[in-house]
Design a protein around this ligand. Structure first.
Ligand code: DAH
Length: 355
């Protein structure tokens, strides 16, 4: 290459040429535009300007500028190539060809969902339809129509989650709340049309309870209601025993203990022989050999009357159970909170594969 004359413009450009090999990708792109850009490029501009210069300058600058233009183009292309090589090299270093492929996730239904479906299915086979109601209720359907006295402690703020704004005036049905049980759907079913009724009512209920090993502020319930002519406590016992044998297996033992609920009279609680020890007593059944699974009773005549159902003609029975609790009893889950977390070590044992 012939020695370039030391024109000051050429000196600075040559310095910039030497630094091309150090630029990163964004700086390289910027420098390319600054030097070779078709409108503002410094070199482009100088070359275009050459025509206006003196003959002497054309001679000293012209050849140098043209040589520099070629040198810039080559240097930029070379730098761009080596930057691309570096990226490719970096990427291939991150690929571990010996690593096992990612496993696909197969979802399964939650154990409580499976238990709800199984219970509903058993009652469906006995001629019960499914009814559902809203989770937001009022005091009238959640308590009063169910024969709770107006000052019943369950209505207390400590148990019930009220939704009314502080100081707002309650509507005709009393204060608005999150239903504390699925029983208000009994009222909705009976008020929607005349008997007979045979329904199961799955759904969520809410209570202002601390989240501990045996309580959750939101939990599932399944309510049952059967009202017809000539229905008696015998029907209740026979149906619930049949349910227990279907759900827990034909060897299960069942017992009824007298209890109290405002909306049933008489009322009972049903126990089944412990699913963990089979009835010989263990920590899961607190040494009794029995596990309580539901409350039930004959529908109180006040409840029938509150729904315009004539208690002289119609009689019925009802029950309420907690699928979260039943799931725990059936599978020996020691803490209800395990059924709320998403821990696949527990959940993965259920679903279609675990059944
Ligand atoms: N509602 C009751 C509760 O949440 C459960 C219950 C008991 C429902 C007896 C009934 C019943 O229908 O007859 O504790």
């Amino acid at each position: 290459m012939t020695q370039m004359p030391d024109h000051p413009v050429l000196v600075t450009l040559r310095e910039r040429l030497a630094r091309i090999a150090e630029l990163d990708a964004p700086a390289l792109a910027a420098e390319e535009i600054a030097i070779l850009g078709r409108k503002q490029g410094e070199l482009t501009h100088l070359l275009r300007d050459l025509a206006t210069r003196s003959l002497e300058e054309k001679r000293t600058l012209g050849a140098g500028l043209n040589a520099l233009k070629l040198a810039f183009e080559a240097a930029i292309a070379a730098r761009r190539g080596s930057l691309a090589d570096a990226v490719r090299c970096e990427e291939s270093r991150d690929v571990d060809l010996t690593m096992p492929g990612r496993q696909g996730w197969v979802g399964t239904r939650h154990p409580v969902t499976l238990v709800v479906e199984e219970i509903v299915e058993i009652f469906h086979g006995l001629g019960f339809a499914v009814a559902v109601g809203p989770e937001v209720e009022n005091e009238e359907r959640n308590f009063l129509a169910l024969n709770f006295p107006p000052d019943h402690p369950a209505m207390d703020m400590h148990d019930t989650l009220y939704l009314d704004a502080q100081g707002s005036t309650p509507g005709a049905g009393g204060r608005v709340l999150l239903r504390t049980h699925t029983s208000p759907v009994q009222i909705r079913v009976m008020r929607a049309g005349p008997p007979p009724y045979r329904v199961v009512i799955p759904g969520l209920a809410y209570r202002n309870d601390p989240f501990d090993a045996s309580h959750a502020p939101a939990f599932t319930q399944i309510e049952g209601l059967a009202v017809d002519e000539g229905v008696s406590f015998v029907d209740l016992k026979a149906t619930l025993r049949h349910f227990a044998e279907r759900f827990f297996g034909s060897r299960v033992k069942v017992r009824f203990r007298p209890s109290f609920f405002p909306f049933t009279e008489p009322s009972a609680e049903m126990d089944v022989s412990c699913q963990i020890c089979g009835g010989t007593a263990c920590p899961a059944c607190k040494g009794t050999g029995w596990m309580e699974i539901l409350g039930c009773g004959m529908v109180h005549e006040n409840v029938l009357r509150n729904c315009d159902v004539d208690p002289e003609r119609w009689t019925g029975w009802a029950f309420g159970m907690g699928p979260h609790r039943i799931t725990m009893l059936r599978y020996g889950v020691p803490d209800i909170r395990l059924l709320y977390g998403g821990d696949m070590r527990l959940l993965g044992q259920f679903g279609e594969l675990g059944r």
